[in-house]
Structure formats: structure tokens, C-alpha cells
Ligand binder design. Structure first.
Ligand code: NDP
Length: 282
């Protein structure tokens, strides 16, 4: 069994991006990321801080807009509009979830698609579906990089994605399909989940339920990607896969933490650089 080490792979990609950002600066292009956070959700705060730190590490300009929980929809949309128009900002990220009174869909729709570095805007989602995209959604794209590390050729392989969220499961399935895999998408209504998982050459689990996929659901020699991040009552962070038993069967497996998480952030940085380059050609 080999660990698919997201920390290591993301560090390598970071070095490449750092060099690219420095070279772009020579030509007068400075990538910039604006992050909007509304309210004081502690998990969101942790994510925003790590995104800001990644920007600083790579020489990417960043600005944070921390708004109070009682911010109105109009105020938030006005901020997005102003960032759409701001030259220093090549990427805009609205940290989700937003407080309940705000309309997430309307906010995402307000982001200029060419600055939508999370690739959540319907225009970018549609482009991913067609296979002609500018940005890849951060978590699925990071996972594709990790799968590439395993050296597996996805053509004709049985890939099973557990979870069908717009952020992970659905776009993940599309990226695997574009690589000619045979893709099965599972969700809470799926019957015989264990049997389906057991047939997977590549198993991607993005559910949000601590250690629900156990070793007996994993095919011998499979590539197992654990997207889940679940905090146990004792504060320990675990994935959606029971690592101890699954790693007995898998040929390659991602750890939690240190697997998918760092890849998500580095892909966000890559998307910000891509956006800056595209905007500079306009
Ligand atoms: P969502 O809650 O949006 O989606 C969860 C999916 O899992 C749904 O499609 C749901 O099905 C499905 N599901 C729930 N219970 C079961 C079950 N018993 N059997 C099969 N499927 C089930 O979650 P996200 O996709 O946003 O995130 C999933 C996990 O990944 C979370 O732990 C999250 O923290 C983590 N995450 C990690 C990231 C990283 O960078 N490492 C980035 C993003 C997420 P249904 O549609 O039928 O309800």
C-alpha cells in the first residue's frame, strides 16, 4: 500500500506556481484573490486563513472582506460587484456556507464567471460538463492530480464516487468521465452501496460521515480517495473511510489530514493564476 501524499504533491505544485507567479510579475501581471467571509463560523475562519497564507507563500496578492453575520443580501451583492470591477482582483471566493438569510445561489451567480476561481458559477459548471473549461473545481481537480500520482490509467476503469454534491461528487464524476472511466455515482438513496464500492478500481468518498467506508467495501488493489473531514467528539479529525481497514486492501490511499485538503487549496491558487493570465489578455 502506498500513501497518496497530498502535502507532498501540493508542495511540489506550489513551488511551480511560485516560479510562475514571479515570472508573471516580471511582465506586470500580479494575480490577486479576494476572499469574502460572512459571520464567524470557526471552520470557515480556518479555511480562509489557510487560503490567505497560501497566497502569501506564493506571492499572490490577497484581500479579505470579513463581513458581520447580519450583512444584507444587497450589501453582499454590492461588494461582489465592486470586486468584479476591481483590476487588482483576478479571483473572487465567497466562503460557504453563508448565514441562512443570504441567498447563496444569487451570490454565486453575481460573481463574474472569469473571476469565479471556485468554478461554482453556472457558466463554469456548464463548461465542466462539456469538457471545455477554464477553471476546474478545486477539490475534484486536486483529486485528479492525486490519482495521477498513482500512475493508474483511468481509461475503462470502474470509478465509484460516493456523494453527489455540486462542490465535490458531481464535478468529480465528470472529470473521471472525461478521462474515459466508467463512472458510478452513489448517494444516500443508493442500494447495495458496499457491493458497488467493492467493484471500484478507483473509489472516491465525499459524504461527510466518519469512517463509513470500511475495508470490506474496498477492492483489493484499489485507489481510495477520502474527501471527508469529520471532527470526532475527542477533536480527532477523520475521513469518510476507515483508514486502518481500507489501507489493508488499497494499493493507494489518501490520509486524512494530509490528502485531499492541501490539494484543494493549491488548486485554488492555480485557478487564481489562470484567471490573472486570462484577464490580462482581455
Ligand atoms: P454534502 O453534504 O454536500 O454531500 C454529501 C453527499 O453524501 C450527498 O450527496 C449525500 O447524498 C451523500 N450521502 C449522505 N449519506 C450517505 C450514505 N449513507 N450513503 C451514501 N451517500 C451518502 O457534502 P460535500 O460533498 O460538500 O462534502 C463531503 C465531505 O467532504 C465532508 O466531510 C466535507 O467536509 C468534505 N470536504 C472536504 C474538502 C477538502 O478539501 N478536503 C472539500 C469539500 C468537502 P444525498 O445527495 O442523497 O443527500
Amino acid at each position: 500500500m502506498q500513501i497518496l501524499d497530498g502535502k507532498m504533491v501540493s508542495a511540489r505544485i506550489k513551488e511551480e506556481l511560485k516560479a510562475e507567479v514571479a515570472a508573471l510579475k516580471e511582465t506586470g501581471i500580479v494575480p490577486g484573490l479576494a476572499v469574502i467571509i460572512v459571520g464567524d463560523d470557526p471552520a470557515s475562519r480556518v479555511y480562509v486563513n489557510s487560503k490567505k497564507k497560501a497566497c502569501a507563500d506564493l506571492g499572490i496578492y490577497s484581500e479579505e472582506h470579513a463581513l458581520p453575520a447580519e450583512t444584507t443580501q444587497e450589501e453582499l451583492l454590492a461588494l461582489v460587484e465592486s470586486l468584479n470591477a476591481k483590476d487588482e482582483v483576478s479571483g473572487i471566493l465567497v466562503q460557504l456556507p453563508l448565514p441562512k438569510h443570504l441567498d447563496e445561489k444569487a451570490v454565486i451567480n453575481a460573481i463574474a464567471p472569469e473571476k469565479d476561481v471556485d468554478a461554482f458559477h453556472p457558466v463554469n459548471v456548464g463548461k465542466i460538463m462539456i469538457g471545455d473549461f477554464d477553471f476546474l473545481p478545486c477539490t475534484p481537480a486536486g483529486i485528479m492530480d492525486l490519482i495521477a500520482e498513482s500512475g493508474i490509467d483511468l481509461t475503462g476503469k470502474n470509478c465509484v464516487v460516493v456523494g453527489r454534491s455540486n462542490i465535490v461528487g458531481k464535478p468529480m464524476s465528470m472529470l473521471l468521465l472525461h478521462k474515459n472511466a466508467t463512472v458510478t455515482i452513489c448517494h444516500s438513496k443508493t442500494q447495495n452501496l458496499a457491493e458497488i464500492c467493492k467493484n471500484a478500481d478507483v473509489l472516491v468518498v465525499a459524504v461527510g460521515r466518519a469512517e463509513m467506508v470500511t475495508g470490506d467495501m474496498v477492492k483489493e488493489g484499489a485507489v481510495v480517495i477520502d474527501v471527508g473531514m469529520n471532527r470526532l467528539p475527542d477533536k480527532k479529525l477523520v475521513g469518510d473511510v476507515e483508514f486502518a481497514s481500507a489501507s489493508q486492501k488499497a494499493a493507494y490511499i489518501t490520509p486524512v489530514p494530509g490528502g485531499v485538503g492541501p490539494m484543494t487549496i493549491v488548486t485554488l491558487m492555480r485557478n487564481t493564476v489562470t484567471a490573472a493570465k486570462k484577464l490580462s489578455k482581455k
